[in-house]
Design a protein around this ligand. Structure first.
Ligand code: FMN
Length: 202
């Protein structure tokens, strides 16, 4: 699906307009179970679109404190095999191996890496921006008609596993965003009572 032509630096962008379609999607969107994601997945052109949209995310100071690794099926299958060995060697519970099914199922996975480091803006704000990139990526996938799942799991925190994924010293995994198509509609889950979480001041 073609994106509007990108605007030149400093030119005015369209003001927001009411979008029933976007409201409907925001009100009914749900993650897919990662294992349920199947073909069709995004084409190479779709992936370019997804990353272009995900990168249109607020970040304080224009530091762009994140990067993407697009993980195809073969790479994830190979990595899952090595992670399974690592899980046994480290004496991790069986669940650590079982959850690798979430890593390998989807047609496409985008690993979003936070590259936050001490700079002109707080590290916390840079990390928040990486989380927002993941969410924007999910919204973009939804807009292209795909389902998605934002996963971390143990290998996002294990130093040896991080090295396998090419996550460098000082970087962190913001999420593995798995993208594909599901056969069954997702079921609504519990949502918070927003009023209990909200303070409104005059
Ligand atoms: C930062 C982050 C990490 C997550 N890590 C995992 C995970 O390791 N395993 C998992 O099954 N789901 C993980 N999830 C997904 C959630 O458990 C759940 O699928 C999601 O929040 C559902 O939200 P939704 O119903 O609004 O789409 C993670 C979500 C976020 C935001």
């Amino acid at each position: 699906m073609a994106l509007p032509p990108s605007a030149a630096l400093g030119t005015p962008l369209p003001l927001p307009t009411r979008s029933p379609d976007m409201l409907h999607r925001l009100a009914t969107r749900r993650s897919a179970p990662a294992q349920a994601l199947m073909d069709p997945g995004p084409s190479d052109g779709d992936i370019d679109t997804l990353l272009t949209l995900a990168a249109r995310t607020p970040d304080h100071g224009k530091l762009f404190p994140w990067r993407f690794v697009v993980l195809g099926r073969q790479t994830r299958a190979d990595l899952a095999e090595r992670l399974a060995v690592m899980a046994v060697e480290q004496g991790l519970p069986g669940k650590a191996t079982a959850v690798l099914a979430k890593l390998t199922a989807a047609p496409t996975t985008v690993l979003v890496i936070s590259t936050a480091a001490p700079a002109s803006k707080p590290v916390w704000e840079q990390e928040l921006s990486a989380g927002a990139v993941c969410m924007n990526l999910e919204h973009a996938a939804d807009a292209l008609g795909f389902s998605s799942s934002w996963i971390t799991d143990w290998y996002s925190y294990d130093p040896d596993a991080l090295a396998l994924f090419g996550v460098r010293e000082g970087e962190k995994v913001a999420g593995f965003v798995h993208i594909g198509t599901v056969a069954e509609p997702p079921l609504e889950r519990e949502r918070p009572d927003v009023s209990a979480l909200t303070t409104t001041l005059p």
